[in-house]
Each structure stands twice: as structure tokens, then as C-alpha cells.
Design a protein around this ligand. Structure first.
Ligand code: NAP
Ligand code: MG
Length: 402
């Protein structure tokens, strides 16, 4: 069989630990036999990030801007223990954070639904997709402890440094405490809104956005207003033509509605809400290994990744020569997402069709009862006794079904 050709390279970002091992096997077993793979390779493994003073991460993000589509393996975000373990020059920042800063994007996560894996919320028969704003709020906050008798103010100065507003946050005369300053910027909120409406149109999903503007009458209200303005002036017509809609509601009402729903919407979350809710949603669908994730920039550059980490515990077992049963589905989905997008942009229908065929082969493998250990306790289908495969056997079982 002739291999499928590619015209424009994918930006390939290799990573760490068990996912780096899976990365190589996925390419060898599932992709390279069928596709004349063309990638521009960046090694984001921790050793190479250290050797290049993390310039490789910046170069990979810049290449994503140039070519438009990247696929990324999970990477270690170093902490003090990792600095020692790898003998690092310094505690390098999170590569995901660096890439997000450069691409200025929104992270979209969506569960990969397989027959037989019943979500812990049985009503969710369609995916609950989550959009998480990846800028500002408490993630770029300034915080201080405040002593008894001190007081804290919110002060705004004009561009010359002259104070124009000052409001008392709290007078701590009866005892010390804490204070926090957070911000966001209109430009980022607007880019977030457009990314969400575009993503929803590409997946034919209605958009639900929840915030707390009854309490946060200026801050959250700004999010609500910007979304409303952009929806009405740029998207409403197309949404209505397609039978889709945009719903704004309070975050607590959004949570209640999502729980009662059958899924099938894009749930737009502010940064913190998205951080918390995406883990809840991923777990509810059975496993961290069954969640796809893509970073979309306002100018439509795409970085596909798995939502989980480098699965360290499995890696140490692998290093000891043991077989692991690590779920590669989310990492395969990163590859198929990137190949499909490349196919779409380049008018390469064969490449697109291959990626879709690979996804169907993965689903079929699990639905026929062949899976990794994490799925066993959540799999239930009449007449099928699920069989646990090791990491490589699982990939071979998929290859047999392509
Ligand atoms: P993790 O790698 O996601 O693993 C946490 C646990 O979840 C694993 O020990 C495993 O449970 C289970 N798990 C996750 N993915 C799985 C899969 N594909 N198949 C089977 N089980 C899976 O999170 P972590 O241990 O907190 O972090 C490890 C490293 O990953 C850290 O250095 C962190 O910086 C990095 N990280 C990277 C990213 C990213 O690049 N996107 C995201 C998060 C974390 P059992 O051990 O019980 O089987
Ligand atoms: Mg989180």
C-alpha cells in the first residue's frame, strides 16, 4: 500500500517519561506504516529544555505560529524535586504556560466517548466540552498578608501616575488577614469569546457561559458584556441558521444545568472554574486517559495535546523492565486531531480520512473489549469480558483494526 503524503509539516513537540515512550510507539505502530510523516521536530524533553535554556520551547511555539498546527507530548513541569532528579540549571517554567503565553489561546477539552464506558454521570450521553480561559484572574494575582490595624486599598492611577480612584478593600483593625488583587484585559476576554464561538461552530455545539455577575458586578459583568456584544454582532446570525444558541447564566446555575443535561454543549469557564471543572468532567467520563485537549489561538493556530501528565508512576515501572498498561488514547487523539487539521488546511482528504479511520479503530478496539487497565473498572458491556492489555499490545490491537 502506498503511504499517504503530506505537503506541510506538523510541528512535533516530544515530551517526557511514559508519554515519551508511548509517543515513539504510536508513531512506529500506528502512523508511520501508513503516512509518509512530515514533521518539524522539537524535543521538549526536560533534558533538552535544560540544555537549550528552554529556548526549544519558544522555538516550538514560534514554529506553531508559522505552520499553524502542532502536536505535543506531555511534559514535566519541574519542581524542586525534578531540579535535583535531572540536575537542572534552574526550575524552568511550565512549557504549556510558555506556549500559551506565545499563542495567547483558549484550551478546549472534550471527553472521548466509547460505547461500554459509562460516565459516572449516566445522563451524559454526549460530550461535555469545556473551554477554559487561559489568562489572568488568580493565575496572575498579587497577594499579601495584612496585619492587625493595617488597611488595604484598591488604587487606580492614570498614565502619569496620578491617583484617580481609591477604594477601601478592608480595614483590618480587628485582626490581620489576607488580600488579593486580580486582573484581566478586554483584549484577552474578546479573543477568548471569539475562540469559543468559533470552536462551537466547528463542532456544531451550543455555548453555555456561567460567571457570577450578580456578585462581581464590574469584573464578571465585563466578561458577560464582551461575550454578549461579540455574539450579537458577529455570530448570532450563523448560530441561529444552524439551530444553535448562546446562553449566559450564573455559574452555579450552569453547574446545575450541566449535571441535568445530556451533554453536547461547549461549557465556557473562566480560568479558575475551567481548571476545577475540567478535572471533574474528565473523571466523570471514566479516565484522564480519555480526554482530548487543544489550544486554539485567536488567529486560528492549533496545538493538540493529551490532557493528562507524563504518568510518572508507570514510567518508573517501565524503567524497571516491567510492562505497563498506560492508556494512549488521549495521545493518539492529539495526533489524529493534528493530522485532521493539517488535512483540512492543506486540502489533503486522504490524510483526514486516515486520521478518522485511526480514531474508529481505537474506539472499536475498546468496544470489542481490549483496553488498558484504567478502563477495566469503568467498562461494562453485555456479552463482553474486557481484557487488559499492556501499553504495546493495546497499540498493536488498534493497528490490527486500522
Ligand atoms: P499524571 O501524569 O496525569 O498521572 C496521574 C495519575 O493518573 C497516574 O499516576 C495514573 O494513575 C493516572 N493516569 C494519568 N494518565 C494516565 C494514562 N494515560 N493511562 C493510565 N493512567 C493514567 O499526573 P501527575 O502524576 O500529577 O504528573 C506527572 C508529571 O506530568 C508531572 O511532572 C507534571 O508536571 C506533568 N504534567 C504534564 C502535563 C502536560 O504536559 N500536559 C499535565 C499535567 C501534569 P495510576 O498511577 O494510579 O495508574
Ligand atoms: Mg487543574
Amino acid at each position: 500500500m502506498a503511504k499517504i503524503n503530506m505537503t506541510v509539516p506538523l510541528v512535533e513537540m516530544d515530551g517526557d517519561e511514559m508519554t515519551r515512550v508511548l509517543w515513539r510507539w504510536i508513531k512506529e505502530i500506528l502512523i508511520e506504516p501508513f503516512v509518509q510523516l512530515k514533521t518539524e521536530y522539537y524535543d521538549l524533553g526536560l533534558g533538552n529544555r535544560d540544555a537549550t535554556d528552554d529556548e526549544v520551547t519558544v522555538a516550538a511555539a514560534e514554529a506553531t505560529k508559522k505552520y499553524g498546527v502542532a502536536v505535543k507530548c506531555a511534559t514535566i513541569t519541574p519542581n524542586a524535586q525534578r531540579v535535583e532528579e535531572y540536575g537542572l540549571k534552574k526550575m524552568w517554567k511550565s512549557p504549556n504556560g510558555t506556549i500559551r503565553r506565545i499563542l495567547d489561546g483558549t484550551v478546549f477539552r472534550s471527553p472521548i466517548i466509547v460505547r461500554g464506558v459509562t460516565p459516572y454521570v449516566p445522563g451524559w450521553v454526549k460530550p461535555v466540552a469545556i473551554a477554559r480561559h487561559a489568562y489572568g484572574d488568580i493565575y496572575n494575582a498579587v497577594e499579601e498578608r495584612v496585619g492587625r490595624g493595617e488597611s488595604a486599598y484598591l488604587v487606580i492611577r492614570d498614565k502619569n501616575g496620578t491617583e484617580i480612584k481609591s477604594s477601601l478593600i478592608h480595614d483590618f483593625s480587628s485582626g490581620g488577614g489576607v488580600v488579593q488583587g486580580v486582573h484581566n484585559v478586554d483584549k484577552s476576554i474578546a479573543a477568548f469569546a471569539r475562540s469559543c464561538f468559533n470552536y462551537a461552530l466547528s463542532g456544531n455545539l451550543p455555548v453555555w457561559f456561567g460567571a457570577k455577575d450578580t456578585i462581581s458586578k464590574v469584573y464578571d459583568r465585563r466578561f458577560r458584556d464582551i461575550f454578549e456584544e461579540i455574539y450579537v454582532s458577529e455570530y448570532k446570525e450563523t448560530f441561529e441558521e444552524r439551530g444553535l444558541y448562546y446562553l449566559y447564566t450564573l455559574i452555579d446555575d450552569a453547574v446545575a444545568r450541566v449535571m441535568r443535561s445530556e451533554g453536547g454543549m461547549l461549557w465556557v469557564c473562566k480560568n479558575y472554574d475551567g481548571d476545577v471543572m475540567s478535572d471533574m468532567v474528565a473523571t466523570a467520563y471514566g479516565s484522564l486517559g480519555m480526554m482530548s485537549s487543544v489550544l486554539v489561538s485567536p488567529d486560528n493556530k492549533f496545538e493538540f495535546e493529551a490532557a493528562h501528565g507524563t504518568v510518572t508512576r508507570h514510567y518508573y515501572r517501565y524503567l524497571d523492565g516491567e510492562k505497563t498498561s498506560t492508556n494512549s488514547v488521549a495521545t493518539i487523539w492529539a495526533w489524529t486531531g493534528a493530522l485532521k487539521k493539517r488535512g483540512e488546511l492543506d486540502g489533503n482528504s486522504e490524510l483526514r480520512a486516515f486520521a478518522e479511520r485511526l480514531e474508529r479503530a481505537v474506539l472499536k478496539t475498546v468496544e470489542q473489549g481490549y483496553m488498558t487497565g484504567d478502563l477495566l473498572p469503568v467498562f461494562n458491556m453485555e456479552g463482553i469480558h474486557p481484557k487488559k492489555l499492556d501499553s504495546k499490545e493495546f497499540l498493536k490491537a488498534i493497528a490490527d483494526r486500522i
